[in-house]
Ligand binder design. Structure first.
Ligand SMILES: Cc1cc2nc3c(=O)[nH]c(=O)nc-3n(C[C@H](O)[C@H](O)[C@H](O)COP(=O)(O)OP(=O)(O)OC[C@H]3O[C@@H](n4cnc5c(N)ncnc54)[C@H](O)[C@@H]3O)c2cc1C
Length: 374
């Protein structure tokens, strides 16, 4: 990551601020707009060419990066060996089901007591429709996908500081926020306060579009009625018999929504990474790592904690400790090494790389995250 300045602020400072304020996906998009991460140009299966001449590759880490590398390099004729810290493949691509347990780094053991059929993906859980490579691997390796529900209009949004702590339906906040904003903008437009930004011809079009977008009435107000209830839902749905007529519901005022801060949550489904159609593997995200394990699992050595990586002009040597048996560290060498150990861990490993590479590894910021499974 370059530290080249944007005004008086470095790119790194700017991206860290964006990440802290808006989350990693927004920071990722900001990086993409600065041409710091290229969009995926994956067009189909990778075709590695050339004769490896019996060369060996040592892959460190059996997360998806390591597994993909193992699959492709072995297909191309390399002798592949993978060293993995855990007792399973997948890395962050992981699923917990009832009966599973996990010992945290501090030694505390978490037991998962979900009912049969329930699971939690502690790490990744969404496959965007434009993540072409992973979707292609799923297809080729027989991982069955289903759609992932990013936006649940009937879910609750909650703030202990708003609405007396009472949760509010997502669809109410969304419809009423849009309606309130549309009404304000329509009012400004009609009062000709937008004339500097919108031409006379476009003013009518803008008003028409605000009416549609915000579910405004003919007088450009957003209020209780069938129009707003079409978006936010009714107090009583349309029905048969004597109570057949729908009963409209009462919108929340825009100033209440603004003060509540709940509008912050409305953006998620609009973010490129989270736009429908999103996918997930049927039965848990680790169906992907399990599918890779069927192909290359035999090349993975588990419970190997890599502690050093050394290289000279001819080969690379990794030192690892068996996390189950301990004992003296073991060394394994290969012609090439492909390291997929996350930089936050790599920065703690005895590593034979140049000072700028060390600096880069040490400088990479990671965002903390938390997931709760009930
Ligand atoms: C909470 C969360 C949610 C996410 N959601 C999504 C999502 O919805 N969609 C999406 O596409 N991406 C998501 N991601 C990102 C995605 O999980 C990662 O990009 C991806 O899993 C990284 O794969 P990897 O192989 O590079 O790294 P990892 O999966 O971290 O693999 C690294 C491997 O190296 C091993 N290792 C570490 N140290 C050592 C050592 N010393 N010796 C030997 N082995 C070692 C680890 O055990 C691990 O198996 C999410 C990530 C998180 C944390």
């Amino acid at each position: 990551m370059s530290g080249a300045g944007i005004g008086s602020m470095s790119r790194r400072e700017l991206l860290m601020m964006i990440g802290a304020a808006a989350g990693s996906s927004v920071a990722y998009r900001a990086m993409a707009s600065l041409d710091m991460v290229p969009e995926s140009d994956y067009k189909g299966p990778i075709k590695l060419e050339g004769d490896p001449k019996g060369a060996s590759v040592l892959i460190l880490g059996a997360g998806l990066a390591g597994l993909v590398a193992a699959l492709e390099l072995r297909k191309a004729g390399y002798k592949v060996q993978v060293l993995e810290y855990n007792q399973r493949v997948g890395g962050r691509n992981w699923t917990l089901r009832g009966g599973d347990s996990y010992t945290e780094l501090g030694g505390f053991e978490q037991k998962c007591e979900f009912d049969p059929g329930l699971y939690l993906n502690p790490g990744p859980w969404r496959l965007p429709y434009h993540h072409n490579a992973i979707l292609d691997y799923c297809k080729r390796l027989g991982v069955v996908l289903e759609s992932f529900n990013q936006v649940n209009y009937n879910a609750y949004l909650h703030s202990s500081k708003a609405f007396g702590g009472k949760p509010q339906r997502y669809r109410h906040i969304q419809a009423d926020f849009n309606g309130g904003v549309a009404e304000l903008l329509a009012k400004s437009t009609k009062q000709k306060k937008m004339d500097q930004m919108v031409t006379k011809e476009d003013r009518e079009i803008l008003l028409e579009s605000l009416k549609g977008w915000g579910a405004l009435e003919n007088d450009y107000t957003y209020r209780m009625g069938l129009g707003s209830s079409e978006r936010r839902g009714y107090d009583h749905d349309a029905n048969g018999g004597t109570i057949g007529k729908p009963v409209p519901s009462k919108p929340i005022s825009i100033d209440e929504i603004l003060k509540s801060g709940l509008w912050r949550y409305l953006v998620h489904g609009h973010i490129y990474e989270f736009q429908t159609t999103l996918f997930q593997p049927v039965g848990g995200m680790d169906m992907i790592s399990k599918a890779f394990a069927r192909e290359v699992g035999d090349a993975v050595r588990f419970n190997c904690k890599v502690t050093a990586i050394k290289q000279d002009g001819h080969k690379v040597t990794a030192t690892y400790v068996d996390t189950k048996t301990g004992g003296t560290p073991t060394q394994v060498s290969a012609d090439w090494c492909l390291c997929t150990i996350p930089a936050s861990v790599l920065s703690q490993i005895d590593l034979d790389v140049s000072a700028p590479m060390h600096d880069a590894i040490n400088a990479l910021p990671y965002e903390a995250s938390i997931k709760v499974g009930l």
